[in-house]
Design a binder for this molecule. Structure first.
Ligand code: CO
Length: 253
């Protein structure tokens, strides 16, 4: 049912501020920027391979995104899957008793969209979209999303739920308490909540860099705070607007 991770939504205080890191330092291309008056947000879409990053700036502290910012600060907000037939997908989910926020698709910036209730996906707010047929092909980007990391008290159960709701398949990893599901060229990695400070829901993103050395060089010159590992850097969320961000030299593992 799901073809790829269409985008990952994150809440930021101000787009212009967030652009300094995401566009200038990381070099992600800006695909679109718009004000959605009905939702009270200013939105930007940045390209990251076959996936996009959706930056959401609340225009009113009283709306959903505004309250999220007040309560939890900047950070990851939702995960959006690309589905070929959003009407069919919603009907299927509803017939199985899945808790939905939108029972019918509505027009959004990226196509016809609908949200599931986070309770349906173990604390992850999931959006579905069917983009218009004449969508542009992905633009070149220095980073590609490799995986979204999801914390869960029962990673196996959460993985089973995502498999069954969205028709995803498990990707073999070397055992242990973690489970990985493939989505397009990306993946969802379910990890025990204990490993991520007890947090349930989407906790981090991993990207692979087209030119790892060039990218870490730019980060150093920009004063980005990061931790160096072997073949991977972890950006301090203070530098990446509340998002735990891993950037790897290699596509695998
Ligand atoms: Co979205």
């Amino acid at each position: 049912m799901v073809r790829r991770i269409h985008h990952v939504g994150m809440v930021v205080r101000q787009l212009t501020e967030a652009y300094r890191f995401y566009r200038e330092t990381l070099g992600l291309p800006l695909l679109r920027e718009a004000v959605l008056a009905d939702q009270g947000v200013r939105v930007a879409l940045l390209g990251a391979g076959e996936t996009e990053l959706e930056l959401l700036e609340p225009l009113d502290p009283g709306n959903g995104v505004g309250r999220f910012l007040t309560r939890r600060g900047e950070g990851l907000h939702h995960l959006c899957f690309d589905t070929r037939d959003i009407d069919g997908s919603l009907q299927n989910l509803e017939s199985r008793g899945v808790e939905l926020i939108d029972r019918a698709p509505r027009p959004g910036l990226v196509g016809r969209i609908a949200f599931l209730h986070p309770r349906a996906c173990d604390g992850v707010l999931v959006e579905l979209v069917t983009p218009p047929e004449e969508s542009e092909p992905p633009r070149a980007s220095p980073l590609q999303l490799k995986r979204a990391v999801i914390g869960s008290h029962e990673p196996r159960r959460t993985a089973d739920r995502f498999e069954s709701l969205f028709g995803l398949s498990e990707v073999a990893i070397n055992g242990g308490p973690r489970t990985m599901l493939g989505v397009g060229t990306g993946a969802l990695l379910m990890v025990p909540a204990d490993e991520v400070g007890g947090t349930e829901g989407m906790v981090a993103l991993s990207f692979v860099a087209e030119d790892f050395d060039a990218l870490t060089g730019v980060c150093d010159r920009a004063g980005t705070r990061l931790l160096r590992g072997s073949g991977e850097v972890t950006i301090d969320p203070a530098s990446s607007h509340g998002v735990h961000l891993h950037i790897s030299r290699y596509r695998f593992p």
